[in-house]
Ligand binder design. Structure first.
Ligand code: SF4
Length: 458
């Protein structure tokens, strides 16, 4: 296998990343933009970038990802991309008729220094943007941050472009869900709906990237937050933002712009993070938590009780995106497991502080690092093995080399199907994760048991 020659010994590296645990900013911006109804993402750069971003999203979500590109050439690289972008805007509105184009930059257009807001203003002035249509943008230079940063930048700019305060409050709550699967977004809306709470969820990729098969191709599926909904976010009573990395910048911007107070929580993955989410819904709106939700929680606690004997003391390595890892690590600690190695490729010191808060007492031997790569994670595993590896598809190389049970979780998952259709958040999502965890661990027990210890009943 490719990683067979990974060594145990760790050499200090400053200028070399081997097998990054992240991907590039525009992918996040593209995913966020797809969560607006009738939006066509637009990549302001060369065709190669756009193809790569589309294909990664298509492989993960198993849906055709539509996006346009400014299609830079050598000449554009020298003289700038203004003419290409204005022509693209004109062509897109003429041919594909979206309600909104969400432009994101790439390394090349950022290096050239294209001023996208100025180009959009010129397109307006030249009459290339029809009445009632919108063009928004986010700067997503891929040589800083990661796909997580690109997602956060695009979501923040939804506030910058759309949110307005009319002075009259609406009986609704904004929920900024962070980078989670379409099924997770649906699950969050379901929990709020059970409580009778009106929400504006943005972005919302449910019914866009998991739209039902109807036999007819819909270029713009029925899902996504609408422009009118986005405009009302400035009049909402409050905002619940899920994830410091993906959602806090937008929540902060909305508060600064329209004075909408916000509550920043972790993504509700696992028992305690979901408890905090439901409790905050209750405290912000005054709505009592209905029995339906209490019962779901009770079922999850019951399952944890049944399973805990198998989880106790199991050493786990995790990699992925910071907001998801923070909640997932806390969940594993709740289950009495030992998340001994946790890395994210996304830079940001806050990740290490949160890991310290979660792990310092319960798993003092844990190692965690931001802006780290999978090579380092592999080296840690070689030094002292783990019982389970959790991460995106790229983890399968380490799992195979080290013969470790592996659970696919996060982005991208390129070699399995279904992850975007089933939730990981909320109590229902937690139960699904519990089943995956136990199956992975007990399948291994069945595989390695001798004939004498091979048990029918566990
Ligand atoms: S890293 Fe930069 S050049 Fe490469 S695909 Fe991403 S945006 Fe394009």
């Amino acid at each position: 296998m490719l990683l067979r020659h990974t060594t145990k010994e760790i050499q200090e590296r400053k200028a070399l990343v081997v097998n990054p645990a992240k991907t590039c900013q525009p992918i996040g911006a593209m995913y966020a933009a797809l969560g607006i109804h009738r939006c066509l993402p637009h990549s302001h750069g060369s065709q190669g970038c756009c193809s790569y971003h589309r294909s990664t999203l298509t492989r993960h979500y198993r849906e055709p990802i539509m996006a346009a590109t400014s299609s830079f050439t050598e000449g554009t690289s020298v003289f700038g991309g203004q003419a290409n972008l204005i022509e693209s805007i004109n062509n897109i509105f003429t041919i594909y008729d979206p309600d909104i184009i969400a432009v994101h930059t790439t390394c090349l257009s950022e290096t050239i220094g294209d001023d996208v807001p100025q180009i959009i203003a010129k397109a307006h002035a030249d009459g290339k943007i029809p009445a009632n249509k919108m063009v928004i943008h986010a700067n997503t230079p891929s040589y800083v941050g990661s796909h997580v940063t690109g997602f956060a930048n695009m979501v923040k700019n939804m506030v910058t472009y759309f949110s307005k305060s009319t002075g009259a409050k609406l009986a609704q709550l904004n929920v900024i869900p962070g980078w989670i699967e379409p099924a997770d977004m649906r699950e969050i809306k379901r929990l709020a709906a059970i409580m009778g709470i009106n929400t504006v969820l943005f972005p919302d990729t449910s019914n866009v990237l998991d739209a039902p098969q109807s036999g007819r191709h819909q270029f713009y599926p029925k899902g996504g937050v609408t422009i009118n909904q986005l405009k009302t976010t400035g009049d909402s009573e409050a905002t619940i933002s899920l994830g410091e990395y993906t959602s806090l910048p937008a929540a902060t911007a909305l508060d600064a712009k329209c004075k909408v107070p916000f509550y920043n929580l972790d993504i509700p993955i696992g028992l305690t993070a979901t408890d905090r989410f439901v409790q905050t819904l209750h405290e912000v709106t005054g709505v009592a938590v209905p029995d339906e939700i209490t019962d779901e929680r009770g079922r999850m606690v019951d399952i944890i009780t049944d399973m805990q004997q198998y989880f106790h003391g199991k050493r786990v390595a995790l990699f992925g995106d910071p907001d998801q890892l923070i909640s997932l690590t806390e969940f594993l600690v709740t289950l009495d497991m030992r998340p001994v190695y946790v890395i994210t490729g996304t830079p940001g010191k806050r990740f290490e502080q949160r890991m310290k808060d979660i792990l310092a007492e319960s798993v003092p031997e844990a190692k965690y690092q931001q802006a780290a790569d999978m090579f380092l994670l592999h080296q840690w595993i070689k030094q002292e093995p783990v019982d389970l590896l959790i991460g995106n598809t790229y983890g399968k190389y380490i799992a195979r080399d080290e013969d470790i049970p592996f659970i696919r979780f996060g982005f991208p998952i390129l070699d399995r199907i279904g992850h975007s259709y089933l939730p990981s958040v909320g109590y229902a999502g937690g139960i699904r994760l519990l089943e995956k965890l136990l199956d992975a661990l007990l399948d291994r027990v069945d595989t390695v048991s001798s004939e004498e210890t091979f048990e029918l009943v566990m």
